[in-house]
Design a protein around this ligand. Structure first.
Ligand SMILES: [Fe+2]
Length: 200
């Protein structure tokens, strides 16, 4: 299945002031688009063009680094755009999600502290995640284009900590970007959708 660049589910200026139009234009139109273009070329070359994106991510991991980087990043960004919305974030979790965060992650405040620390502590480029693994939620971090799929989990929330995600708006202040993401951008309805799909 060929990769295609999805449209953003909101206007380019909809996430301001927490994530600017300029950041989204570069991040979506340039960076994500490059993963799509290069990923298609490499999937074709590897004879994997007919597989699903998830299958390509898992199959290329540890076997075809260049394809994995681009397929992994395509998967990560498809979800990343949906994990954000205008006026999102904060403690307004749907009840079912709140229960799972309480039982598995020690509640919202502990989730916020641990998730932001995972993002701040990822050395260099990568992602911080909440994933379902062995039937429970856990916070993870991964380098570069890796994601929980290749570590036996399914991501239900992720934040991009590559510099291209925050440098225009926050310069080197990655912790401030992470705090703004958690407090003001997370689309909890989409997190719930991913949680339900991962646990059904
Ligand atoms: Fe990114």
């Amino acid at each position: 299945m060929a990769f295609t660049l999805p449209e953003l589910p909101y206007a380019y200026d909809a996430l301001g002031p927490y994530m600017s139009k300029e950041t989204l234009e570069f991040h979506h139109d340039k960076h994500h688009n490059a993963y799509v273009t290069k990923g298609n070329e490499l999937a074709e070359k590897a004879g994997m063009a007919d597989l699903s994106l998830e299958e390509i991510v898992k199959k290329s991991y540890g076997a075809d680094q260049a394809l994995f980087n681009n397929a992994g990043q395509h998967y990560n960004h498809i979800h990343f755009w949906q994990w954000m919305k205008p006026n999102g974030g904060g403690k307004s979790l749907p009840e079912k999600l709140q229960k799972a965060f309480d039982s598995d992650l020690g509640g919202y405040d502990k989730f916020k502290a641990d998730f932001e620390a995972a993002g701040a502590g990822q050395f260099g480029s990568g992602w911080a995640w909440v994933a379902v693994k062995d039937g429970k939620l856990q916070i993870m971090k991964t380098p570069n284009g890796e994601n929980p799929l290749v570590h036996g989990g399914v991501p239900i929330l992720g934040v991009d900590v590559w510099e291209h995600s925050y440098y225009i708006d926050y310069r080197n202040a990655r912790p401030k970007y992470l705090e703004a993401f958690v407090d003001n951008l997370i689309n909890w309805d989409y997190v719930l959708e991913c949680y339900e799909a991962a646990t059904k």
